[in-house]
Design a protein around this ligand. Structure first.
Ligand code: IMP
Ligand code: MG
Length: 182
């Protein structure tokens, strides 16, 4: 089976880098004088988290959560009902009393983020905020208070910069829309 081809590039490598620098500056200003724990969601947010972390000027620690929630469908990216999100790998360390920033690749319906925020807030962090690379507001079902967002995107399935289609395309340096499967 061949992977579907790229339809068009939504955000180039340079656009993404520039925007990450801007958002990182906002985050660094907000947490100035403190320490920040970045919590990434495997596997999609790893690429964004790494790029963001490198631009932050506050001291940073990093931890990861693994979840399983997602179907292989391209047309219905988030069939996941709230109950369908599962933690498959928990954090390695406690977040109690820490400033925590949940780093997401994309917020679509919002179910995943809501679940993760509930999970993390139960662990008594000093503060808890959300930062996402992509925000697809047209498909939002659950309202999420988003603290930092790099880009808003239209209702099309996207890949690259960590986002996958059947585990492929994560390593693209840009974010692109795939051609619909025939
Ligand atoms: P939500 O729970 O509907 O917000 O879905 C969020 C998760 O669905 C993300 O963390 C991604 O793993 C996945 N997802 C949603 N849309 C896309 C997409 O366009 N491309 C790749 N993965 C996506
Ligand atoms: Mg995925």
């Amino acid at each position: 089976m061949t992977a579907p081809a790229i339809d068009r590039v939504l955000f180039t490598e340079e656009e993404i880098r520039r925007r990450i620098r801007q958002v990182a500056a906002e985050i660094s200003a907000h947490y100035a004088g403190g320490e920040l724990k970045l919590v990434g969601v495997l596997k999609g947010s790893v690429f964004f988290l790494t790029a963001l972390a490198c631009e932050l000027t506050v001291p940073v620690t990093v931890d990861f959560l693994g979840i399983s929630s997602f179907t292989h469908s391209m047309t219905a990216p988030a069939k996941a009902a709230p109950g369908m999100v599962r933690i498959s790998k928990d954090l390695d360390e406690s977040i109690e009393g820490e400033h925590v920033l949940l780093v997401e690749d994309i917020i679509d319906t919002g179910f995943t983020t809501r679940y993760l925020l509930q999970h993390l807030s139960g662990r008594a962090p000093k503060s808890l905020a959300v930062c996402t690379l992509l925000d697809r507001t047209p498909r939002r079902i659950v309202q999420i208070a988003l603290d930092y967002r790099c880009f808003e995107i239209p209702d099309r399935f996207v890949v690259g910069f960590g986002l996958d289609y059947r585990q492929l395309y994560r390593n693209l340096k840009y974010v692109a829309v795939l051609k619909p499967e025939e």
